[in-house]
Write a protein that binds this ligand. Structure first.
Ligand code: SF4
Ligand code: SF4
Length: 296
């Protein structure tokens, strides 16, 4: 066999392996899947936060994105119940299946990209960055959320692997702002997401769009957003605990401990099965992905 024929054989093999992984990811819960080579992180992530820092010899990162709330849930008039299902997102399930497939069927190392902080607030590896580098979306004016051109808001998981795979290009065009949002901005000085949560009226979002129709500047008040969008969870547990400890009146302290609010906070901390996110307003008004949420 000539070298050219061997190269062609290897390319076909690469196509086949990459297709098999992507098909599997979509079958087991992913809505989108992309592959990024590890050297793309060098430009954007500091040492200690790159795929090779977690899996020596890593070559690629497979990124899977899945929808959270269903199309029906987006239509609910009660914003508190849009919710996603605890922490068992389908993107996590899909990435576990992909990692097992790579190790058991292909014989290469694979590990889920570590995204939950092991200390402080910074994740070991950013899944938002991973999604961008794998060509699945771009940052938006709404809380920096990575918007996919077809689905809008997605939840991401990633798998670092030593397997050689075909990689995807990053998106050339920014998903946000949508042309309709640019028109709205020109009219009222705000895009729909900014108008739904304006920082000058106690909300979290602000920004400007340049003459070219691209994001010129943006600001997002993360602390304020957490206090509004996540009322039950670790933050509320810590907040309530401080207030309970400070309460001198024993009867009042007892009622605070047994209150619905504190009970719910305890449940969400222990099981993460309580409602942990109660605000999606900036995404509810976002036109990106709306077509996918339009059903009968
Ligand atoms: S999630 Fe809610 S509080 Fe946070 S930026 Fe969006 S609209 Fe504002
Ligand atoms: S509504 Fe969506 S597309 Fe429009 S500016 Fe906000 S995040 Fe971007």
């Amino acid at each position: 066999m000539s070298i050219a024929e061997m190269d062609q054989d290897q390319d076909q093999d690469l196509d086949g392996v990459t297709d098999a992984i992507k098909t599997l990811a979509l079958k087991v819960g992913g809505d989108v899947v992309g592959v990024a080579p590890v050297d793309r992180w060098d430009e954007f992530a500091p040492e200690g936060h790159r795929p090779v820092d977690f899996l020596p010899g890593a070559k690629n990162v497979v990124v899977v994105g899945s929808r959270g709330p269903t199309a029906g849930a987006w239509r609910s008039p009660d914003h508190r119940v849009i919710e996603v299902n605890g922490f068992d997102f389908s993107n996590d399930r899909a990435i576990h299946v992909v990692a097992n497939y790579i190790e058991q069927e292909l014989g290469h190392y694979a590990m889920q990209a570590p995204s939950l902080p092991t200390g402080g607030q910074q994740p070991p590896m950013s899944l938002m960055l991973s999604a961008v580098l794998a060509g699945l979306g771009t940052r938006s004016l709404a809380a920096n959320i990575i918007l996919n051109p077809k689905f809008g808001l997605l939840y991401y998981s990633a798998c670092i692997t030593t397997a050689k795979l075909n990689v995807d290009e990053m998106l050339e065009q920014n998903v946000c702002p949508h042309p309709m949002c640019v028109a709205t901005y020109r009219e009222i000085g705000k895009t729909p997401c900014m108008a739904s949560c304006p920082s000058d009226e106690g909300g979290c979002l602000d920004g400007t769009i340049g003459e070219d129709g691209e994001i010129e500047s943006m600001s997002y008040d993360r602390e304020r957003c957490v206090s509004r969008s996540m009322n039950f969870g670790i933050n509320s547990f810590q907040k309530a605990l401080g207030e309970i400890i400070d309460e001198q009146d024993s009867e009042r302290r007892s009622s605070m401990i047994n209150s619905d609010f504190f009970s719910r906070s305890c449940t969400s901390v222990s099981f993460f099965k309580e409602s942990v996110a109660q605000c999606f307003e900036c995404m509810r008004v976002c036109p990106i992905g709306r077509a996918e949420r339009k059903l009968k």
